[in-house]
Design a protein around this ligand. Structure first.
Ligand SMILES: Nc1nc2c(c(=O)[nH]1)N[C@H]1C(S)=C(S)[C@@H](COP(=O)(O)OP(=O)(O)OC[C@H]3O[C@@H](n4cnc5c(=O)[nH]c(N)nc54)[C@H](O)[C@@H]3O)O[C@H]1N2
Ligand SMILES: Nc1nc2c(c(=O)[nH]1)N[C@H]1C(S)=C(S)[C@@H](COP(=O)(O)OP(=O)(O)OC[C@H]3O[C@@H](n4cnc5c(=O)[nH]c(N)nc54)[C@H](O)[C@@H]3O)O[C@H]1N2
Ligand code: SF4
Ligand SMILES: [Mo]
Length: 726
C-alpha cells in the first residue's frame, strides 16, 4: 500500500546562497551560544546556525539566536548622529564630529561648573568586553567621574555582592558540566526553559542520561516548575527564611559536611545561633512551604553525593537579594558543595556580557576585579594607564539606582546612557521621565534611535550592533567567547569602541593615555592586567578562543585551555583563605498586598522577547508570539472580579496604572498576577523597586496592586496616552 507523499511534490527548503559562514557568539542571553552567520555574495547576513563543535550549545540555538541576523537591518536602527537644543524639539541630523565635539564640550562645561561627579554614565551588560574596558578607562582615567555604573545593578548586583560577602570575590564558581555530575539540583527563581533555553537543554540532556531530583522554588508555576520533581511555590520575597530552615534541619539532623566546614569556612559560631531560630514549623508560616516539604528537601539535598543550586532574578531582584545569594552560598558551604563536580552555587547570569562588565568595565571599581578602596589596585592601574593615582576616588560612587535620585536632587546635571533603556526597564518610570527631563545634557548611545529613553536626549550616537563589530563576551560559566565581524555597520553607525576612543581624544588627559584602536589591541591590555589574578586571561588569544569555541577563565599563560570550576582547592579570596558563613535575619520590608491593593505583582520575561523589545519587537518571527502587553491571572480570582480571558484589565498601584490584556492561567496563584516587563508604558509604571541595602538592586518581583475590569478599552487607551503626556 502506498502512503503519504509519494505522489506529491517533495518538501524542499529554499536554498540560501551562503558564500561564507562567520563565527560569532549570541548577543542576547548569558548562555553564550556559538553561532555561525551565513553571508551572501553581497556581504549581507542571510541566515544563522548553531555551531556543532561548541561545548555550550552543541549545534543548538533558541528562537532568538536563530533570527539574530535579522537585527542588522531591522527597523528603528540609528543611521546618523542626531542633535537638538531641548529634548522636546525635533532632532536635526549631524556629523559625528559635531555630535562628539558638542558632547565633549557639554561634559567639560558641566564638570567645570558643578564638579567632576556632576556628569554621570550609565552603561550596560550588552557591549563587548573590550568596549567595557575602554569606557572604564575613559570614565575613571579621563573624565574622572565617580558616578559611573551599569544596568547590571538591575540584574546581577545581588549575585556580585553575595559572592563577595561569602567568598571574598565575584565569579560564579561552577559550570554547565555540573549538571552531568550532580545528584540533586535546586533552582531558585529561575525559569531556564524560557530565559536560558540552551542551559535548560543541557540540563535535560543530563537528566536523560541519569535521573536526579530537580527542585524548583518559585511562586509561579513556570515551565521549569512543570518539569520539576518538586515545586515549592514560595511566598514572594521569603527565600532567606526557607534556606535558613533547610540549614536548620541539616544541622539539627547532623547531615552537614563537618570536615568541610572546619577546614574551609569561618563564622560558624555566630551563624548557627541564627539558624537555630528558624525551625521549619516557624519558617513554614512565613515562607508558605509546609514543614514536611522543608524537611524532605533538606534531607534530599544534604544526602546527595553532590548537590548544586542555581538561581536568577527571583533571588537577585529582591529587598533580600544579596542575602538570598549569601544564604544559597551558606547552604552549599555547610553541605560541602563548592568547587566540586556537581556541587556548586551557580548564579545564572542575565545579559550576554553581564560578566564582561563585572570583570572589566570599572563600574564598581577598577579593571580585573580590582577595587578603588585598595591603594595597591589604584596604583597598579594608574601606572598601567600612565596617570596619577590620586586622580582616582578612594571609594566607589553611586549605583545606577542612586544616580537617578541624584539627578532629582540636582547633584547630577549631565548623563551619558550607553546601551540601556531605563525609560522602560527602571521601576516607577514616571519618576525616571521627570529626572531625564531635568538634565542639562543627556547623550544616548544605542543601536536603535526609536528606543524610549532617546525621546529625552540632546544628542544621539547611533551605535553598531553585535557582529557589526568584533570582540568578546563572558557567559554564565566564565567562558570568554568571540564575536567576529560579520557585516559592515549599518548606515553611519559606529562601533561603541570607536565612539569611546573618539571621545577620549577630545580631552587633554585622554590624549596622554594610550587608547588602542583595534579590539585585539585592547584585548592585549586585558591579558596583561589579568595575569596572575583570579580571572586570568593571559593564556587566551582571539584565534585560540575561536578554535576552542570559547575558553573559561582562569586560563593562565601557556595553559592548553581554561578551568571549569573555581575554589576546587577550598581556598577562597578572603584574607584568611576561608569562605564566610554569614548569619541572616529576615526583615519583612516588602510592600505586601492589603485590602486596597490585594494582589502581589510579579514581573519577568517570556522566551520570545528580550527586555525592552528594541530588538525582538522588530523581528516578526519573535514579536508575533506576544505583540501586546498582557497579564497572567488566576481564573478563580478573575471570576470574582468579572474579568474574562482576552479582555482588558486595569492595574493600579500606589505609583501608577496600566491597562493589559488578561490571560487566564493556573500558573499564578489566586492572590498574584504576573506581567512580562518587555512592554513600554506597562509594568514599570506600577512597580515599586525597593532597593536591596547591599547591592542597591530593585525588588522588581514584589509589590501590591489592585485589578479591575477595563470595560471601556477606548477610554483606557486615551487615559494611558494622556498619562504619557505628563
Ligand atoms: N527570552 C529572554 N531570555 C532572557 C532575557 C529576556 O529578556 N528574554 N533576559 C536575560 C536577563 S538580562 C536575565 S537577568 C535573565 C532572567 O532570567 P530569570 O530570572 O529566569 O527570569 P524572570 O522571568 O525575570 O524571573 C524568574 C522567576 O523568578 C520568580 N520569582 C518571583 N519572585 C520570587 C521569589 O520571591 N522567590 C523566588 N524563588 N522566585 C521568585 C518569578 O516567578 C520568575 O518565574 O534572563 C535572560 N534571558
Ligand atoms: N519590572 C521589571 N523590570 C526589569 C526586570 C524585571 O524582571 N522586571 N529586569 C531587569 C533586568 S534583569 C535587566 S538586565 C534590565 C534590562 O534593561 P535594559 O538594559 O534597559 O534593556 P534592553 O532592552 O536590553 O536595553 C539595551 C539597549 O541596548 C541597545 N543595544 C544592543 N546592542 C547594543 C550595542 O552593541 N551597542 C549599543 N550602544 N547599544 C546596543 C538596545 O537597542 C537596547 O536599547 O531590565 C530590568 N528591568
Ligand atoms: S539560549 Fe541565549 S545565547 Fe543561546 S541562542 Fe538563545 S538567546 Fe542566544
Ligand atoms: Mo538581567
Amino acid at each position: 500500500m502506498l502512503f503519504g507523499r509519494l505522489k506529491k511534490n517533495p518538501i524542499k527548503i529554499a536554498d540560501k546562497p551562503v558564500v561564507e559562514w562567520k563565527y560569532t557568539t549570541c548577543g542576547y542571553c548569558s548562555t553564550g551560544c556559538s553561532i555561525e552567520v551565513g553571508v551572501d555574495a553581497n556581504g549581507e547576513a542571510i541566515t544563522s546556525r548553531g555551531v556543532g563543535s561548541a561545548d555550550v550549545n552543541r549545534g543548538k540555538l533558541c528562537l532568538k539566536g536563530i533570527f539574530e541576523h535579522e537585527l542588522f537591518r531591522s527597523s528603528g536602527r540609528g543611521r546618523v548622529p542626531l542633535i537638538r537644543k531641548r529634548f522636546y524639539e525635533p532632532f536635526k541630523e549631524t556629523s559625528w564630529d559635531k555630535a562628539l565635539d558638542h558632547s565633549a564640550s557639554e561634559i567639560k562645561r558641566i564638570q567645570e561648573t558643578y564638579g567632576r561627579d556632576a556628569f554621570a554614565i550609565v552603561s550596560t551588560g550588552q557591549i563587548m568586553t573590550e568596549e567595557f574596558y575602554t569606557l572604564g578607562k575613559l570614565a575613571r582615567g579621563v573624565l574622572g567621574t565617580n558616578n559611573y555604573d551599569g544596568n547590571t545593578t538591575l540584574c546581577m548586583a545581588s549575585a556580585v555582592s553575595g559572592y563577595k560577602r561569602s567568598f571574598g570575590s565575584d565569579g560564579p564558581p561552577g559550570c554547565y558540566d555540573d549538571f552531568e555530575h550532580t545528584d540533586c539540583l535546586i533552582a531558585f527563581g529561575s525559569n531556564l526553559p524560557e530565559q536560558h533555553p540552551i542551559i535548560f537543554w543541557r540540563l535535560k540532556q543530563a537528566l536523560e542520561k541519569r535521573k536526579f531530583p530537580v527542585i524548583v522554588v518559585d511562586p509561579r508555576v513556570t515551565m521549569l516548575a512543570q518539569m520539576a520533581d518538586m515545586h515549592l511555590p514560595i511566598t514572594p520575597g521569603t527565600d532567606v527564611v526557607l534556606i535558613n530552615s533547610l540549614m536548620h534541619v541539616i544541622l539539627d539532623e547532623g547531615l552537614e559536611d563537618r570536615e568541610y566546614i572546619n577546614a574551609h569556612t569561618s563564622g560558624y559560631e555566630e551563624f548557627i545561633k541564627i539558624v537555630e531560630e528558624y525551625n521549619p514549623v516557624m519558617a513554614a508560616k512565613i515562607c508558605g512551604i509546609d514543614e514536611d516539604t522543608i524537611r524532605n528537601v533538606a534531607r534530599t539535598y544534604a544526602k546527595a553525593g553532590a548537590a548544586m543550586s542555581i538561581w536568577t532574578m527571583g533571588i537577585n531582584q529582591s529587598t533580600h537579594g544579596s542575602d538570598g545569594v549569601v544564604n544559597i552560598n551558606n547552604l552549599n558551604l555547610v553541605t560541602g558543595n563548592i568547587g566540586k563536580p556537581g556541587g556548586t552555587s551557580l548564579s545564572i547570569t542575565g545579559q550576554c556580557n553581564a560578566m564582561g562588565t563585572r570583570e572589566w568595565s570599572s563600574c564598581s571599581g577598577l579593571p580585573g576585579y580590582r577595587v578603588l578602596e585598595k591603594e595597591k589596585d589604584r596604583e597598579d592601574i594608574a601606572k598601567f594607564w600612565g596617570i596619577d593615582p590620586e586622580f582616582f576616588p578612594k571609594k566607589r560612587g553611586l549605583f545606577q539606582t542612586d544616580i537617578f535620585p541624584a539627578i532629582e536632587t540636582g547633584q547630577i546635571k549631565g548623563l551619558w546612557i550607553v546601551a540601556t533603556n531605563p525609560m522602560t526597564s527602571m521601576p516607577n518610570t514616571a519618576r525616571i521621565r521627570k529626572t531625564l527631563e531635568k538634565l542639562e545634557f543627556l547623550v544616548v548611545q544605542d543601536a536603535y534611535e526609536d528606543m524610549e529613553t532617546n525621546e529625552y536626549s540632546h544628542v544621539y550616537f547611533p551605535a553598531s550592533i553585535w557582529a557589526e563589530k568584533e570582540g568578546c563576551f563572558t557567559n554564565t560559566e566564565r567562558r570568554v567567547n568571540l564575536i567576529r565581524n560579520v557585516i559592515k555597520p549599518y548606515a553611519e553607525s559606529k562601533p561603541d569602541l570607536w565612539i569611546f576612543n573618539e571621545m577620549a581624544k577630545r580631552f587633554e588627559q585622554g590624549q596622554k593615555i594610550k587608547f588602542p584602536e583595534t579590539t585585539e589591541g585592547v584585548f592585549d591590555e586585558l591579558r596583561q592586567l589579568s595575569k596572575g589574578r583570579m580571572l586570568d586571561y593571559s593564556g587566551m588569544s582571539y584565534e585560540k578562543i575561536e578554535s576552542h569555541r570559547g575558553i573559561q577563565w582562569p586560563c593562565t599563560e601557556g595553559a592548553e585551555t581554561g578551568s571549569p570550576r573555581l575554589y576546587t582547592d577550598g581556598k577562597f579570596q578572603h584574607e584568611d583563605g576561608k569562605a564566610k558563613l554569614i548569619p541572616l535575619i529576615f526583615i519583612d520590608n516588602n510592600e505586601r498586598p492589603d485590602d486596597d491593593y490585594p494582589f502581589w505583582l510579579n514581573t519577568g520575561r517570556v522566551v520570545e522577547h528580550f527586555h525592552t523589545r528594541t530588538r525582538t519587537g522588530k523581528v516578526g518571527n519573535l514579536n508575533k508570539f506576544s505583540p501586546t502587553p498582557y497579564m497572567e491571572m488566576n481564573p478563580d480570582a478573575a471570576k470574582e472580579l468579572g474579568i474574562t480571558h482576552g479582555s482588558y484589565a486595569r492595574l493600579t498601584s500606589r505609583r501608577g496604572d496600566a491597562v493589559v490584556m488578561v490571560q487566564l492561567t493556573q500558573r499564578v496563584a489566586p492572590n498574584s498576577v504576573f506581567i512580562p516587563f518587555h512592554f513600554h508604558e506597562c509594568v514599570n509604571r506600577i512597580s515599586l523597586g525597593l532597593l536591596d541595602p547591599h547591592s542597591r538592586q530593585p525588588a522588581f518581583k514584589q509589590c501590591a496592586v489592585k485589578v479591575e475590569p477595563a470595560t471601556d478599552q477606548g477610554t483606557a487607551a486615551v487615559r494611558n496616552k494622556a498619562a504619557r503626556a505628563f
